[in-house]
Design a protein around this ligand. Structure first.
Ligand code: SF4
Ligand code: SF4
Length: 342
């Protein structure tokens, strides 16, 4: 196998830790396709020193690897954290002790991070606190470099890993496995720089577009033909809380599990790649409105324009879209008007 210029001749050694999360990011990662995960890691020249779901090491062997990484005797090129950092109760970290050690996982994460060349927050929990930090946040969950939108987190504002990059936040709940594989390949090729990250240090490779791009419901959106219930065909922005016009990710142009996205599955986008998505202040499938106008308008469109365009579009909605929007299956199919009687 040949590797691009800049690729280290030895494998990149990767450690993956899990803390305050649901394991869903690993589950999603295992679904990597074309190529499968093992092939993708091989292509990136990555050696997994430890991953809770991929490793065969016993408890004692795993502890030895992690202890060596924490004291710097085992070099680590990429430290991945899945799940948020748990600081509770009362800042002790005692709510999540590392199995078999009595040591707060938070301390182990910090110790390995101090030696790692690159650090990846896998998922919105590790990036910003995520679902684990929702509600009253009784467990005192936070991210590696952010607590919600506040810089800081476990590693502190302005933190840079030994390789010079900030924590790379592959935010999402869960991540798309392709977002992770792209990042690993860029790191392996030595081509990932700070300029390849957005304002939340998320890889631009997947946040340079909106979830709205490529949504199969765009025709309904254009004419403001809206779904009324989950499972309806229409656009879910007006009534069902869809944030696809504000959310940054390529979910509708990069298929999940080889086929679709939340939107194609009939559920609105909840903007899970953004800090604070877990606390929208209302049900995920409701659209808060003032005087009938949704509060969360497209990111870069002035409100007055949206209102004017929406009423024009509604006036021009083709009958087919109007009829089909609030139904789970189309009542009217597209027809070629040149066909007699169509
Ligand atoms: S980001 Fe979401 S899917 Fe990933 S560990 Fe956290 S809660 Fe689970
Ligand atoms: S359902 Fe959401 S993502 Fe799809 S077209 Fe409507 S606003 Fe855009």
């Amino acid at each position: 196998m040949t590797y691009p210029a800049g690729t280290p001749t030895r494998p990149l050694r990767l450690i993956w830790l899990q803390s305050g999360g649901c394991g869903g990011c690993t589950l999603s990662l295992l679904g990597q396709q074309e190529p499968d995960l093992v092939t993708a890691l091989r292509a990136a020249h990555v050696e997994v020193l430890w991953h809770p779901s991929l490793s065969e090491a016993t408890g004692a062997e795993a502890r030895a690897i992690l202890d060596a990484a924490a004291d710097g005797t085992q070099p680590v090129d990429i430290l991945c954290l899945e799940g948020s950092v748990i600081h509770g109760p009362n800042g002790t970290g005692g709510f999540h002790l590392m199995a078999g050690t009595g040591r707060p996982m938070r301390d182990m994460i910090g110790a390995i991070a101090a030696h790692a060349t690159h650090i990846i927050a896998v998922g919105s929990c590790a990036a910003f606190g995520g679902i684990t930090a929702g509600g009253g946040n009784a467990v005192e969950a936070g991210g590696l470099a952010y607590n919600g939108t506040r810089a800081g987190g476990l590693l502190g504002a302005g933190f840079r890993a030994r390789g010079g990059l900030p924590v790379i936040n592959i935010a999402g709940c869960p991540i798309h496995p392709g977002w992770f594989v792209d990042t690993i390949l860029q790191l392996a090729g030595g081509t990932l720089s700070a300029a390849d990250l957005d304002e939340w240090e998320r890889p631009l490779a997947y946040t340079s577009q909106l979830v709205h791009h490529g949504c199969a419901r765009n025709e309904y959106y254009e004419f403001k033909a809206s779904a009324e219930e989950l499972g309806d065909l229409g656009c879910m922005m007006e009534n069902l809380g869809c944030k696809g016009t504000q959310a940054r990710a390529d979910c509708n142009t990069r298929a999940w599990n080889g086929s679709g996205s939340c939107l194609t599955g009939g559920y609105p986008c909840i903007n899970c790649t953004a800090p604070g998505f877990e606390e929208p202040g209302h049900s995920f499938s409701a659209t808060p409105k003032i005087s009938g106008i949704p509060i969360g308008l497209p990111t870069d469109m002035p409100k007055a324009w949206f209102v004017a365009l929406a009423s024009l579009s509604k006036a021009a909605t083709p009958r087919r879209l109007k009829e089909n929007a609030a139904r789970p299956t189309p009542a009217i199919l597209p027809r070629d008007r040149r066909k007699e009687g169509a």
